[in-house]
Ligand binder design. Structure first.
Ligand SMILES: [Zn+2]
Ligand SMILES: [Zn+2]
Length: 243
C-alpha cells in the first residue's frame, strides 16, 4: 500500500481509539480500570520509539538542526498542555474544584488538540521514511489514544459540560489526529521537520504526561510495565528488520 494511504487508514484507526476512549467515560457503567495498563505500556513504548527510532532518523534526515526541532516539539506541548492550562494530567479528571471556571475545560481541549495533531504528523512522517518506522510510531500513538479520549471527556464533564459535548471533545481529538496525517501528506517534502517535531512531542507525552501517571500507582507492577512497553519496541524492530 502507498505510504499516504496506509497513514490515512491508521490515522483513522487512531482517531477511532480517541472516540472509544471518550465513550468509556460517557458510558458510566463501562469498566475502565484496565486503562492504566495502556498508560504504562504506552509510556515505555512511546519513549523507546521516540529515542531509539525517531531521534536517530531525524538526525539522519536533516543533520544537527533536527535536535533543535525536537526540543521545540517538546516545549510546544509543555506550553499548551501545562502552561496556558491551569490544571492538567492524563487519566480521569476528578478534581472538581479546579474547574469552577468552565473555560478551563476548553483550554485543556486546545492543548490536547495540538498534541493529537502531532500524533497524526508522527504517523505520516514515519511512513514517509519507512514502513517499519511508520508501524512502530502507529503502535506508540495507538497505545495512548484510548486514555487520551478518556482524559478529554472526563475534563469536559467535570467542567460542567453535557455528556454529548464531553464525547464530542474526544471526536475533535480524533479529527485533529487525522488533520495531522493529512497535513503531513500535503507537505510530505517537509518530513525532515515533521519527524523531529513530532519526536519532541512524543518524548513529552511519554516522559512528562504518562510516566508521572504511572508513578502515582502504588507498587512496582505498573512501573515494570514501562519496561515491557520499551522492550516491545526492540522486539518489533528486530521483526521488521528480519522481514
Ligand atoms: Zn485533576
Ligand atoms: Zn496523543
Amino acid at each position: 500500500m502507498h505510504p499516504i494511504a496506509t497513514s490515512i487508514f491508521l490515522g483513522l484507526t487512531a482517531a477511532a481509539a480517541n472516540v472509544f476512549g471518550g465513550a468509556i467515560i460517557v458510558q458510566r457503567h463501562w469498566e475502565r480500570r484496565y486503562l492504566r495498563y495502556f498508560v504504562a505500556l504506552g509510556a515505555g513504548f512511546m519513549l523507546a520509539t521516540a529515542l531509539v527510532e525517531m531521534v536517530p532518523e531525524s538526525l539522519e534526515l536533516r543533520g544537527r538542526s533536527a535536535a533543535f526541532l525536537i526540543l521545540l516539539g517538546y516545549l510546544v506541548i509543555h506550553f499548551f498542555e501545562h502552561t496556558v492550562t491551569p490544571h492538567f494530567h492524563f487519566g480521569e479528571e476528578t478534581h472538581q474544584d479546579e474547574f469552577v471556571h468552565a473555560h478551563n475545560g476548553y483550554s485543556i481541549l486546545l492543548g490536547l488538540v495540538i498534541h493529537t495533531f502531532f500524533d497524526g504528523i508522527a504517523i505520516a512522517s514515519g511512513f514517509l521514511v519507512s514502513n517499519a518506522l511508520g508501524w512502530l510510531i502507529f503502535f506508540a500513538v495507538f497505545l495512548h489514544k484510548i486514555p487520551e479520549g478518556f482524559t478529554v471527556s472526563s475534563v469536559m464533564l467535570v467542567s460542567g459540560r453535557s455528556r454529548r459535548i464531553a464525547w464530542g471533545a474526544s471526536v475533535i481529538l480524533g479529527g485533529a489526529t487525522l488533520a495531522g496525517v493529512l497535513t503531513m501528506a500535503l507537505f510530505r517534502h517537509h518530513v525532515g521537520a515533521g519527524l523531529p517535531l513530532s519526536a519532541g512531542v512524543t518524548i513529552y507525552v511519554a516522559a512528562s504526561d504518562l510516566v508521572p501517571e504511572v508513578n502515582k500507582e502504588p507498587g512496582a507492577r505498573m512501573a515494570l510495565l514501562v519496561f515491557v512497553g520499551a522492550g516491545c519496541v526492540f522486539l518489533l524492530d528486530s521483526l521488521f528488520h528480519l522481514s
